[in-house]
Design a protein around this ligand. Structure first.
Ligand code: IDP
Ligand code: MG
Length: 140
């Protein structure tokens, strides 16, 4: 049985870029066997972030999240491979970096900084539908 090749959107968030972890994060993606298809460094504006995080509008962490994401440059990557959507989320670890498993990106490099939003280094699309929507937002 074969599965069709998927693509996902990975973002290195401003904390990851500022801490010079972009290369380490891409290294883990490539070492796992996934392929980098496209990459760009950009300063996201509020309009893009509002679309990207539309599902979280109204939640207590929404405004801090958008402010954090526009606080500095991010790296957007288009990454391909069979089951890469699920696979990258396993590489990333769970949302809360304090309890994310060691061996994951968030578990190895993240911690709680006592802020209203968790700075957890990376974003990864959570479904085929999200990946298609988010890739068109970030890569057109
Ligand atoms: P995910 O990035 O693991 O998919 P989401 O639930 O989609 O998590 O939330 C988007 C981002 O919002 C998270 O990565 C994190 O930065 C932040 N966030 C989510 N839930 C909380 C929370 O309960 N407190 C603080 N920040 C949160
Ligand atoms: Mg999410």
């Amino acid at each position: 049985m074969t599965t069709s090749i998927e693509e996902t959107l990975v973002l290195v968030k401003p904390d990851g870029v500022a801490r010079n972890l972009t290369g380490e994060i891409l290294r883990r993606i490539e070492a796992k066997g996934y392929s980098l298809v496209d990459i760009r460094l950009l300063q996201a504006d509020r309009e893009l972030l509002a679309k990207h995080y539309a599902e979280h509008e109204g939640k207590p962490f929404y405004e801090p999240l958008v402010e954090f994401m526009e606080s500095g440059p991010v790296v957007a990557m288009r990454v391909a491979g069979n089951r890469v959507i699920e696979g990258f989320r396993v590489l990333a670890g769970t949302t809360d970096p304090t309890t994310a498993a060691p061996g994951t990106i968030r578990g190895d490099f993240g911690r709680d900084w006592g802020l209203r939003v968790q700075q957890n280094l990376v974003h990864g699309s959570d479904s085929v539908e999200s990946a298609e929507r988010e890739l068109s937002l970030w890569f057109g």
